[in-house]
Design a protein around this ligand. Structure first.
Ligand code: AMP
Length: 191
């Protein structure tokens, strides 16, 4: 199973990806998590992206495309993987298609979590309180506003791109976690 979860920050992509990891053994590939790990490790890449991430801007396409290209070849991706936070724009989507093609892989489904944006601030506030080790540097009102603005510059091309491919489904991301999860599983069962 090769799945993309689309949706703005706080839509529940990570939460839903974790449910699928637990139930099916797929790998969750969150570019945000991988970049944060690079920042925490103080790697060359981490140093390059830290300020960009703290502001809520997107890091360069080639950085995330490179990360994903290496990551999907690892053993834990054999059963399937869930892309969470990637692709974020048309360039990344096209690069993903090209890399899947080259590796003889095919995307099975793209699920867009539809949410009411005003409610995302409350969700992010809650996540900031619950994050072990302290809140993420970008889980605050200013950075979230920026991240939502950045998100809005990109989704239309992505929705169109995957809609044209006939792989896009939408789910009500404001429903309870279990209900969202059940709906996603039903979609995947029908793929
Ligand atoms: P996330 O955890 O998905 O909300 O991502 C946190 C931050 O990591 C974003 O605000 C971006 O700075 C960066 N990031 C994550 N994924 C991508 C991506 N696919 N393209 C560019 N930047 C990304």
């Amino acid at each position: 199973m090769k799945l993309i979860l689309l949706g703005p920050p706080g839509a529940g992509k990570g939460t839903q990806a974790k449910c699928l990891v637990d139930d099916f053994g797929y790998a969750q590939l969150s570019t945000g998590d991988m970049l944060r790990a690079a920042v925490a490790a103080g790697s060359e890449m981490g140093l390059k992206v830290k300020d960009i991430m703290d502001r809520g801007d997107l890091v360069p396409d080639e950085v995330v495309v490179g990360i994903i290209s290496e990551r999907i070849e690892q053993d834990d991706c054999v059963k399937g993987f869930i892309l969470d936070g990637f692709p974020r724009n048309g360039t990344q989507a096209a690069a993903l298609d090209a890399m899947l093609d080259e590796k003889g892989m095919k995307l099975d489904s793209v699920i867009s979590l539809e949410v009411i944006e005003e409610d995302l601030f409350g969700r992010i506030e809650q996540r900031a309180k619950e994050t072990v080790g302290g809140p993420r540097a970008d889980d605050n009102v200013e950075a979230l506003k920026k991240r939502l603005k950045v998100y809005h510059e990109q989704p239309a091309p992505l929705i169109k791109y995957y809609g044209d491919q006939g792989v896009l489904k939408t789910v009500d991301g404001m429903a309870e976690i279990d209900a969202v999860s059940a709906e996603i599983k039903q979609i995947l069962a029908d793929v």
